[in-house]
Ligand binder design. Structure first.
Ligand code: AMP
Length: 281
């Protein structure tokens, strides 16, 4: 596996086998099996896969969150090597932000108005700024994004369409721990009791979905029931539970099975903020 640390090394790697289709997996490191499933998906659809590891400051709206972000670079490199990943890109801030740590402006077609966009000002601008800079430098044929960050995936698809980036965005399903907790680099910051409680996010949402009676329950009532059940778990404090149209990410007032709809949740579990989402229909 090649370790690419400069734009020149990246240019050299790209030029070696130009005919090869390149798959790109952007990450912030602290890799877990969920990330590795994205790498495998990329390997299955492309000729060579490049993973970036970069903790992007412009998408953190809280300095303490950025400072607390785990760094497990040695283990990350070993895991990627073991998977047969072709290259890992380890850029500096200077390479990605030659004019300083600033975000670009985007037309997200209102996809950023709800959920993470509402609660974390500047988060998606920062994320889209670094991802489009990666597209510019790497010129991948495919880029794989996890449905774990469903709003991020939707926003990147919108940016690619709107700005005409010649890259295919490939979604990857959510990878979960055995007890259902969505894998996340943040999970390692949970204390043992909190880790146990965190499994209730998936348990409560999935049980409530399986019992949902669409004729008798409104989206708001369903979200309220989930919120109440989650808030009853000792370490959990709900930020939001929301039933949204899977395409527009607007909250729905009535269930309509003709339109794909998901339930989205963000909770504070101890000191750690966790998000998850599941399809309703
Ligand atoms: P991150 O390092 O958190 O920025 O994540 C890098 C990529 O991995 C993003 O596209 C995430 O959506 C994806 N990802 C993170 N956790 C999971 C998971 N549990 N299942 C699937 N994809 C994931």
């Amino acid at each position: 596996m090649e370790h690419i640390r400069s734009i020149e090394e990246l240019a050299h790697w790209k030029s070696k086998e130009l005919e090869k289709k390149t798959g790109f997996v952007p990450t912030m490191g602290a890799l877990h099996v969920g990330h590795l499933s994205l790498v495998r998906l990329s390997q299955s659809i492309s000729d060579r896969t490049l993973v970036s590891i970069y903790v992007n400051p412009t998408q953190f709206n809280k300095a303490e969150d950025l400072a607390a972000y785990p760094d497990t670079l040695e283990a990350d490199l070993r895991a990627l090597e073991a998977l047969g990943c072709d290259a890992v890109f380890l850029p500096s801030a200077q390479m990605l932000y030659p004019d300083g740590l600033k975000s670009r402006r985007f037309d997200f077609n209102q996809l950023d108005h709800s959920m993470e966009g509402a609660g974390r000002p500047g988060h998606f601008e920062g994320m889209a700024t670094v991802v489009t800079r990666f597209f510019e430098l790497i010129e991948p044929d495919f880029a794989v994004f996890g449905e774990k960050d469903y709003q991020q995936l939707s926003i990147i698809k919108q940016v690619v369409t709107k700005e005409g980036w010649p890259v295919e965005i490939v979604p990857a399903g959510i990878f979960r721990e055995a007890d259902g907790l969505a894998m996340s680099s943040r999970n390692m910051r949970l204390l043992p009791d909190e880790r146990e409680d965190a499994a209730q996010i998936f348990a409560i949402l999935s049980t409530r979905i399986s019992r949902l009676n669409l004729q008798e329950t409104s989206p708001k009532a369903f979200a309220n029931q989930c919120t109440e059940a989650l808030n009853a778990v000792p370490s959990i404090q709900v930020d939001y539970v929301s039933c949204c149209d899977a395409a527009t990410l607007q909250q729905v007032d009535e269930f309509n099975t003709a339109r794909s709809t998901r339930v989205f949740a963000a909770v504070q579990c101890g000191k750690v903020r966790l998000i998850d989402n599941l399809p309703l229909f």
